[in-house]
Design a protein around this ligand. Structure first.
Ligand SMILES: [Cu+2]
Length: 378
């Protein structure tokens, strides 16, 4: 609210200043012999040199930005395919940087060279086929190369061999949280449908399907290092996007269909926390938090807790009011720790049974479907 008021005050001040200059201009009418609004050679020269000034500003700001904010980008990829994505990204950056550097020089140089002069008239010509061919063919060839290489990388990354030994996990998106369903010992997810959603069966698993008997539902994703994980994504309500930046993975979650993405994590959470770049990054974050805490404590508020790194699954589609907070922690374990963790989890079927065993406060009548399904399974 305060910032809105400040903006309104600034806008009103600007309007007042603008009106004052207009009044000032009106008082000057007749006192200046050259009151024509046509640019003089001097005006054009000033504009021409200002073009170079602006060019310098663009370059200096680019270099400043590169050094100041460059280290903030995602660093070491935590998945086997991540290096390919980074390589493609870096090629694109280098190309953009070179093209930008050359075209900006040309643009500003020509703006200076052909600045207005009193004795000079602009030359008019309708078209130049040679020039147009050059500036159409070069970008077309470069872009086609980039796209072909991108498609090749995408196909490489997205290919999952049918016979490959993977772990199948479902990522279930809903406004505004994530759940993960493990396919259990059979490594096949049971059928699911939103119509089956009820109580402990939060993702609508068809409890009468034999494949769903060993499915496990969790709200914190654990995956083992060195094994390919085959994610199958579903959404309950609107379009979401499962985004795992450290693993260079992203896939839309679309209501009514299953989308897929597979990758192999190459660092456990503990190993990734110990990478030198991450140690430095976390130290920086904690230094900032400590600084902020001093002010908070002075105001009588609680100090901020120190930050520790964790992989995250985020939503990367603006899906509603709490989109910003739609995230799930991902823990990459050693294969042994992963097995031990998974062993302790109860299956959805058992959770539903346990929920039914404890009497519900109000019988809505809707639970009879689930009860029938559970009885049918026995
Ligand atoms: Cu979302």
């Amino acid at each position: 609210m305060t910032s809105l008021l400040v903006i309104i005050v600034l806008v009103l001040l600007a309007v007042a200043l603008w009106q004052l200059t207009k009044i000032f201009d009106l008082t000057q009418v007749g006192s200046n012999p050259d009151s024509s609004e046509v640019a003089t050679d001097n005006d054009n020269n000033v504009q021409g040199y200002l073009m170079f000034g602006f060019l310098a500003f663009i370059y200096i700001f680019s270099i400043y930005g590169l050094f100041t904010w460059g280290p903030l980008v995602l660093h070491t990829p935590a998945s086997a395919h991540g290096a390919q994505v980074d390589y493609l990204m870096n090629i694109t950056w280098v190309l953009i940087f070179i093209v930008q550097a050359i075209t900006q020089v040309l643009l500003h140089y020509f703006a200076f060279k052909y600045r207005g002069r009193q004795d000079q008239k602009a030359l008019y010509f309708a078209d130049n086929n040679k020039l147009e061919a050059i500036w159409s063919v070069i970008p077309a060839v470069v872009l086609a190369g980039l796209i072909l290489y991108g498609l090749y990388a995408w196909n490489n990354i997205m290919f999952v061999d049918e016979d490959e030994d993977t772990i199948v996990i479902e990522l279930y998106a809903q406004q505004f949280n994530w759940k993960a369903r493990y396919s259990g010992e059979d490594n096949v997810l049971g059928k699911a449908n939103v119509r089956f959603i009820e109580g402990a069966n939060a993702v609508g698993v068809d409890l009468s399907d034999p494949y769903s008997q060993d499915d496990i539902l969790v709200t914190e994703l654990h995956i083992p290092k060195g094994k390919k994980i085959h994610f199958k994504m579903r959404s309950q309500d609107v379009l979401h996007s499962a985004y795992m930046p450290h693993f260079r993975a992203q896939m839309n979650c679309v209501p009514g269909m299953v989308t897929e993405f597979a990758f192999e994590p190459v660092y456990t959470t503990v190993e990734y926390r110990e990478l030198p770049y991450m140690v430095e990054k976390v130290a920086n974050i904690n230094a900032l938090r400590a600084k902020k805490s001093v002010g908070l404590v002075a105001k009588g508020e609680a100090a901020l807790d120190p930050y520790t790194f964790d992989y995250l699954l985020l939503c990367n589609k603006i899906c509603g009011t709490s989109h910003y907070n739609m995230q799930m922690k991902i823990i990459v374990d050693t294969p042994e720790d992963y097995k031990a963790w998974l062993k302790e989890k109860a299956t959805i079927v058992n959770e539903v049974k346990a929920a039914l065993a404890t009497p519900a406060p109000v019988d809505t009548g809707a639970s009879t479907d689930t009860a029938a399904a559970v009885t049918a399974m026995k």
